[in-house]
Design a binder for this molecule. Structure first.
Ligand code: PLP
Length: 375
């Protein structure tokens, strides 16, 4: 693979040293072409583009995302955001018999908020021993007959660590709890197979490593759950006979689209397909290899410059989201931006996230400027 050839796809790389893909993946020419097609179809067909073209695009996106994560046809729904997807999914459970939701102290806030506002639900947050990931056995031990739902990130947004899932999935299954994985920070940089992970549901979206932009999320729900889960938040995209416009009878669709609500963001559907075109052409396995190489190079350079790194001790559990402790992260991010280097910060840390289109030389420049040396 000639990785540097891919750089021409991403105009931002000509303008900046872009190292913030865990916040927002770079916009590609391929995504722009898809968006232009959408606009042309809008000009040409007007509303009939829905039937002539756009319903097929929604189907294409569901199929492509499903294929990437090892899902079967009919197991993917589109949502406006992870928050929306989890709200609909969470509305489908009866918490009167099992009232606990077990999640991880390191999860993204929206995951906890879902259950914190739900009347009668007790949220159990499993702490992290090392502040980097969660001891899978400890999480498994927190699951019992009172547990309705278990939820955890595949890659943590504040540490980049890839979470071990086996014991958690096994405990959830043994106790009859529903297992949800938040793969927002892994899809597109770390291979995902919903079977291997043992997920009952998985949420992710195109914004970051999938290079598809904001405005959409993806929800996988395992086929065997589809009939028993009836959301109590819904919309016409979930209706079995959507285009009957029948206000008296409502029946859920049989497939995962029963978790959809209303009209999805079509510009994002198109940019997401453009990003997905690139991810599928390269493949997530080669991307993972490339990103590991970039990450390990960065860690070597950080160490040589006397800078720390906070993340998984084992390289196989590290992703391309790298946290660097810093006493003034906001100031450091600004100084880097003054040098044309785009990264971001979280309290106490500079956060840097190279993707396959970045180079060793860009990472070297980042370290030089961060360490206050050349540049
Ligand atoms: C781990 C994780 N989950 C979810 C989200 C996004 O949630 P939403 O789609 O509701 O904005 C993010 C975004 O930063 C994230 O990092």
């Amino acid at each position: 693979m000639n990785w540097t050839e891919w750089r021409a796809e991403f105009p931002i790389l000509e303008r900046t040293t872009y190292l913030n893909s865990c916040s927002l993946g770079a916009l590609s020419r391929s995504a722009l072409a898809r968006i232009e097609t959408f606009h042309e179809e809008w000009h040409t067909y007007g509303a009939s583009a829905w039937y002539e073209r756009w319903m097929d695009r929604l189907a294409e996106l569901r199929t492509r995302v499903g294929a990437m994560i090892g899902a079967q046809d009919g197991e993917i729904a589109l949502a406006a955001s992870t928050s929306a997807a989890l709200s609909v999914l969470g509305s489908a459970f009866d918490y009167s018999k099992r009232n606990r939701v077990v999640l991880a102290e390191l999860d993204f806030p929206t995951v906890a908020y879902q259950w914190m506002v739900r009347p009668g639900v007790e949220v159990v947050r499993v702490p992290s021993d090392d502040g980097v990931s969660i001891d899978a056995e400890r999480m498994a031990a927190a699951i019992d007959e009172r547990t309705a739902i278990v939820s955890i990130s595949h890659v943590f947004f504040t540490t980049g660590a890839i979470q071990e899932m086996g014991p958690i999935a096994e405990a959830a299954r043994r106790h009859g709890a529903f297992f949800i994985i938040d793969a927002y920070q892994s899809a597109g940089q770390v291979p995902i197979d919903v079977e291997t992970l043992g997920a009952d549901a998985l949420v992710t979206g195109p914004l970051k490593w999938l290079l598809g932009g904001p405005g959409l999320a993806y929800l996988y729900v395992r086929d065997e759950w589809l009939h028993s889960l009836q959301p109590t938040i819904t919309g016409w995209f979930a209706a079995r006979r959507q285009f009957d416009f029948d206000i008296h009878d409502f029946e859920f669709r049989d497939d995962a689209r029963r978790f959809e609500l209303g009209t999805p963001s079509l510009p994002t559907v198109h940019s997401a397909l453009g990003g997905q075109d690139i991810i599928d052409r390269i493949g997530v396995v080669p991307i993972r290899e490339r990103n590991s190489d970039l990450t390990e190079h960065l860690l070597v350079r950080l160490e040589a410059a006397g800078l720390q790194f906070r993340g998984a001790a084992d390289a196989s559990a590290r992703s391309a989201l790298v946290m660097i402790p810093h006493e003034d992260p906001v100031g450091a991010v600004q100084r880097l931006a003054d040098h044309g280097i785009i990264v971001d910060s979280r309290p106490g840390y500079v956060r840097v996230s190279p993707h396959f289109y970045n180079t060793h030389a860009e990472l070297d420049r980042f370290v030089d400027v961060l360490a206050g040396g050349r540049g």
